[in-house]
Every structure is written in C-alpha cells, then in structure tokens.
Write a protein that binds this ligand. Structure first.
Ligand code: SF4
Ligand code: SF4
Length: 200
C-alpha cells in the first residue's frame, strides 16, 4: 500500500484490493478512468487541463465559491485529472457555475476554466448525468416556453387582482431552434408519451 497526499486530502491506493479513498468517499480502482484526461484534452475548451498545477486561483476568485464553499472548480479539475470521471459528471456542484469567466481570466496557466466546466456539463448530459431539476426545466420550456411552469393558482390570483394574463411563451418556435439536440428529442418523446398516457 502507498499513500499520496494531494490538495483534495488524502488519497489512499491499496494495490491489493484496488480501493481509493477520497474525501471520505470510497472509490473502487475499477471506477477510475485513466483515459478521461486524454479525452478532455481533445475537446474544445479543455485542451489545456493537464497544465493545472492546483494553485487554487480559480476557486479563490470564483464569486460562486465565495458564497458556496462546496463549489470548487480546482477540485473538479483535479478529480478529472485523477480519472474520477463519474464523480465529476455526477457532481451536483458542477451546475453552480455562473459562467462569469473570472477564473478563465485569472488562471496563470491559461486554462479556460469556465470552458472546462462547460465541457464537464456537456459530458454529463451525454452520459445521462443531467440532474432531474434541469430535465424538468427543459420539459417545461418545450411545453410552455417558460423554464418554470406557471401554476393555475398564480393565474387565478392575477385575475382576482385584475392583472392582465401573462404572455404565452412560444414553445413551438423554441423547439424549432433546439430540434435535433439529443436531450431535446428525448425530452420531447417523454413529453409525448406522457400526453398519450393522459389521453388514454
Ligand atoms: S487557476 Fe488554473 S492552474 Fe490554478 S487551480 Fe485553477 S485551473 Fe489550475
Ligand atoms: S465561470 Fe464559473 S467557475 Fe469560473 S469564476 Fe465564474 S462561476 Fe466560478
């Protein structure tokens, strides 16, 4: 058994049982994808990821990390380089990035950190790791033209206060723009199947 110490904490690799312990989370050796970093260097936006020397500038200057300590772009990058593909793609914090590009401007290694996060998100969608909340939002957009469904109760309250009805979203046009995108087509199908069941 040998021990490595990284900025993420202690990583223990026990060669006999091939187990890795990372931030109290047990990860089997078989879950490490050592090819992930090579996949990333080929993708537009994350080409320079291997130059990361873990200085932490991206995290310390990130406005989201300032308010939510669980979001650390540096940690996500480290995890990706270590091959923890599934942990990165299933990370809830991945979706907190506000795409403000401060990290990209400040990285001393010229890594496009914000673009790396975008690449992670795209891969998360491709690998079926999109959180349900965003699936619901997409379904709402395709159904109503709005990211959030406006409840009947809210409409009634507006009526009672003599407020005009809210403008209708143009879901049809939105679909025309997004047509062909895999997740959009999948969501459209789920929506269609649900409507079909409702009318049976
Ligand atoms: S600022 Fe750049 S080099 Fe420093 S930790 Fe972030 S990505 Fe890595
Ligand atoms: S782009 Fe995302 S990761 Fe980078 S500083 Fe802004 S919120 Fe943080």
């Amino acid at each position: 058994m040998f021990t490595l110490t990284t900025v993420l904490g202690e990583i223990m690799v026990e060669t006999s049982v091939a187990q890795v312990s990372l931030e109290k989370q047990l990860i089997k050796g078989s879950e490490i994808d050592s090819t992930f970093k090579y996949e990333l260097v080929k993708l537009s936006g994350s080409e320079r990821i291997l130059s990361c020397f873990q200085c932490g500038t991206c995290t310390s200057d990130c406005p989201v990390a300032r308010y939510n300590g669980s979001y650390q772009p540096r940690t996500l990058i480290r995890m990706a380089i270590l091959g923890l593909k599934e942990c990165v793609l299933k990370s809830d914090t991945l979706w907190l990035c506000a795409a403000c590009f401060v990290c990209t401007d400040r990285c001393p290694q010229d890594i496009e950190v914000a673009s790396v996060i975008r690449v992670f998100r795209n891969l998360a969608v491709e690998n079926n790791c999109l959180p349900q909340v965003f699936r619901d939002q997409l379904e709402a957009v395709l159904e109503t033209g709005y990211a959030y469904r406006i409840s009947e109760l809210r409409m009634k309250k507006r009526e009672l206060q003599n407020l005009p009805p809210l403008p209708k979203g143009n879901a049809e046009n939105i679909y025309k723009i997004l047509k062909g995108i895999k997740i959009v087509e999948e969501t459209q199908k789920i929506k269609g199947d649900r409507t079909h069941v409702k009318h049976q």
